[in-house]
Design a protein around this ligand. Sequence first.
Ligand SMILES: Cc1cc2nc3c(=O)[nH]c(=O)nc-3n(C[C@H](O)[C@H](O)[C@H](O)COP(=O)(O)OP(=O)(O)OC[C@H]3O[C@@H](n4cnc5c(N)ncnc54)[C@H](O)[C@@H]3O)c2cc1C
Length: 464
Amino acid sequence: MKDVANAAAPLRIAIVGAGAAGTLVALNVVRRSEPGTTLALTFVDPAEDLVVGAAFSTTDPRHLLNVPAAGMSFDPEDRFDFATWCSDQGMVDADEASYWFAPRREWARYLRQRWQETLAAACDRVTVTHVRRRATGLVPDGTGITVTVEGDEPLQADRAVLATGLPSVGDSWAPRDLAGEPRYVADPWRPGALEALLADDEDVLVVGTGLTMVDVALSALGEAGSGRRVVALSRNGRLPQPHAPAYLGEVVPDVRAWGSTLPEVRAAVHAHVGAVEQLNGDWRPAIDGIRYRVAELWKRLSESDREAFLRDVAGEWGVRRHRIPPASQAALEEHQAAGRLEVRAGKITAVEGTEGGVEVATADGDQLRFGWVVNCTGPRSDVRTLGNPVLDGLLGVGDRTPVAVTDGLGLGLVTRDGQVLGADGDPLPLWTLGALRRGELWESTAIPEIRVQAGEVAAALLAD
Ligand SMILES: Cc1cc2nc3c(=O)[nH]c(=O)nc-3n(C[C@H](O)[C@H](O)[C@H](O)COP(=O)(O)OP(=O)(O)OC[C@H]3O[C@@H](n4cnc5c(N)ncnc54)[C@H](O)[C@@H]3O)c2cc1C
């Protein structure tokens, strides 16, 4: 392996995926590297700019962070950095900034600014290249790793990071292939996906009632006074819970005696939540405290318990753990009270395109007509089925030889503290973080977790 102290030969690091996670790794690598170290960083991502993945490419100011500003600093050791940045920018009063839910586009601007400042401070010992192409493969070659790129030369690196983020959206609910329907929005996270929908006033069916539905409904309904109606439908009609109006703290439990089976852990969680609720009058500090213990508890569960968790518990956990800001909740309630937004439980049995719209049938026998149908059922969970060429290549999808493997449920890659293990169990010169570590950690998709992982990955990339 390269001696990183040798200033003459730069350490070449390829970062596949330049979203929030990839950018946080790069930022940590530059900040943590010794002044004598030279670095050649290459982002590989078709996106035009950094930090524009599924969550942060939105330009709609109604799309708010679902984590208060105090949880969104790029540096967990400098907790209030983002909150202070927001108040310095004049977006919020300093005394309210830490529990403020900023528009997500502002966080992207913040992270890009911190990245540029970090780069400027490193002067010319760091070179950065952005290859605006999709990566198609990662091939370790004994001394380093080759990144193959769509329509471009392969790229040689000493070490690489795979930060391709949230899996692509799934639509297993759809009664048939809707890909050809002009008024069906299959992936609302794709930049510009809602443009045509926002340009008219037709009614909208949103399939799914989670966080993505909240974004889409608030955009589609726009300012009060629009004549449009939105119906949000899911199997259980369950909405995300709102954050409390003010910060309530976190009660981190001692989980040593919580057992190692799903029934034992569930019982312990219920007891903890009940006790905290009795003491504080609110369940939220209990759930927020458990967040710090999720990885530890997840590790204890057998594969069949994890499967049962995904099937029976993950939905209920998700609506309490990933909450919406009070302002989004108030806007939803206002739209519901005015009859512009209806949230329903149901199952779609048929979808047919008609002249300028879509007819939808439900299992209850309803026949509904909408101008648009938007898929907000969230990401697919099995990374083996995403059709992302870089993952397919790595995992040997098709008849290729696998370089790396996933956990049994396909939730993420098998790693040792983020360093990807080869199919033979040996560590590769490749690290990953975020959604691709869900198999090992479960809660691994939000910035409070990703920023810690980014620091750890950066330290490993710089280590001999
Ligand atoms: C709608 C939404 C709202 C969210 N809100 C919040 C929030 O408020 N707070 C919070 O903490 N978290 C939030 N999250 C979670 C969020 O996913 C993470 O915070 C963060 O965006 C994850 O960053 P990432 O870099 O891992 O993934 P992404 O941001 O998705 O970036 C992945 C990047 O990889 C690139 N890529 C993919 N495949 C390839 C390939 N083959 N070759 C090259 N590049 C590739 C993509 O183009 C993309 O730029 C939200 C998620 C969503 C979907």
